[in-house]
Design a protein around this ligand. Structure first.
Ligand code: ADP
Ligand code: CIR
Length: 354
């Protein structure tokens, strides 16, 4: 089959989508398309692999996924433009990791009265540096990655010590309960599905967690790895300190993660690059969320509102997921502070409206 046939079909679909506002639509100019359409990465990734989701789902916000770490080099004319636009930076010079001095954090509980914040969660993504991303992965790759990951996870100690539960063999009831309780992922995101994110589902996927489910690791969901720290209430300090401890432990456990000068840690979606950090609260904001200026308010503080069952879901009962939007071009501690300032502003505004 002609290797360029699929990409041409996809591109024509995008051109026809005059209502699309995705970053893919904005940045895949005819000139860039012509330059990139027949290139391949070291992992055999193609332009079609990178744009399939955004062309099949023209209502995407971003619309692009990297086929593999090398796509960030081969398809840089498209990906760099998308990255700069999403993270609001003019240059790609992401700083070295900096988690701040965790013994001297100037924040604790963002909602000491416990009225508005239901729970707090901070996650980062990591990719094994020798594997591609979902569009180019084979079933055996996923199984191998799962094995390596579990070996490293089994070395964790203290409050991070836990158990790995593969999705294969997990009952539907357990999966549903863990998902409803906001711990587990599922295969219901059509954007990720179109990008190949659910190929060979559920093989190679699973979840690791400690006894009280405050530290969790997702294996082979969107990214090879997601490290998650979460708990009820608004204590951002406790959640963040636990996550930093986990990142440090896993980085010295024999795993090697994909990183690139100027881009930080590499992830499947360009919206997650850099720190890969998303710090969120589930917060009751029935008043602010109903104001016509809610979106503008969030934009002003570089925060994003999602529904409470994850991206592309709806709010329930006025509770929203509020998180930092930018992950690249700032350090981990700066991303946390950006979220903290945003959440404090949201709380102040909700109280003002009450
Ligand atoms: P991510 O990009 O961080 O993986 P998603 O938007 O897909 O995030 O959400 C993943 C899961 O995490 C969902 O089940 C969501 O409800 C849950 N979640 C996100 N933030 C919080 C929070 N602050 N408290 C509890 N659960 C959360
Ligand atoms: C989209 O383009 O809408 C989906 N592929 C999701 C992109 C990730 N979203 C985000 O805001 N971090």
């Amino acid at each position: 089959m002609d290797p360029c046939a699929e990409v041409e079909r996809l591109y024509r679909k995008l051109i026809g989508a005059t209502e699309s506002h995705s970053l893919l639509k904005k940045h895949l100019t005819n000139n860039i398309y012509t330059r990139l359409k027949c290139l391949k990465t070291k992992f055999n990734g193609t332009l079609a692999d990178c744009i399939r989701s955004g062309c099949e789902n023209t209502d995407s916000g971003v619309g692009v996924y990297a086929s593999d770490p090398d796509a960030y080099t081969v398809f840089a004319p498209l990906l760099d433009a998308v990255i700069k636009d999403y993270h609001k930076v003019s240059e790609l010079n992401h700083p070295n990791p900096d988690f701040g001095d965790v013994d001297k954090l100037d924040f604790g509980d963002l909602d000491p009265e416990g009225n508005l914040i239901v729970s707090t969660r901070v996650r980062v993504g990591r990719s094994h540096d020798s594997y591609g991303f979902p569009p180019v992965l084979k079933l055996e790759d996923r199984v191998e990655m799962e094995k390596k990951t579990v070996e490293a996870l089994n070395k964790l100690e203290g409050e991070l010590k836990g158990t790995y539960y593969p999705l294969t063999g997990m009952t539907k009831e357990t999966q549903k309960q863990l998902t409803d309780d906001h711990f587990l992922f599922n295969d219901s995101d059509r954007f990720l599905r179109a990008a190949g994110g659910y190929n060979d589902w559920p093989t190679g996927r699973g979840i690791f967690f400690n006894d009280n489910k405050t530290f969790l690791v997702w294996v082979n969901e969107e990214d090879h790895l997601r490290f998650i720290s979460m708990q009820k209430g608004g204590n951002l300090k406790e959640v963040y300190v636990r996550l930093v401890k986990a990142i440090k432990a896993l980085e010295s456990s024999g795993l090697s993660f994909a990183k690139r000068e100027g881009l930080g840690y590499l992830t499947f979606c360009p919206s997650n690059l850099g720190t890969t950090l998303r710090a969120s609260v589930h917060i009751k904001i029935p008043k602010l969320s109903q104001t016509p200026d809610f979106k503008a308010f969030c934009d002003k503080y570089n925060i994003q509102a999602r529904g409470i069952h994850g991206e592309h879901t709806e709010s329930v009962g006025g509770v929203y997921d509020i998180s930092n939007k930018r992950r690249l071009g700032l350090t981990e501690i700066q991303a946390i502070q950006e979220m903290r300032r945003g959440v404090e502003a949201v709380i102040a505004e909700e109280k003002k409206l009450g």
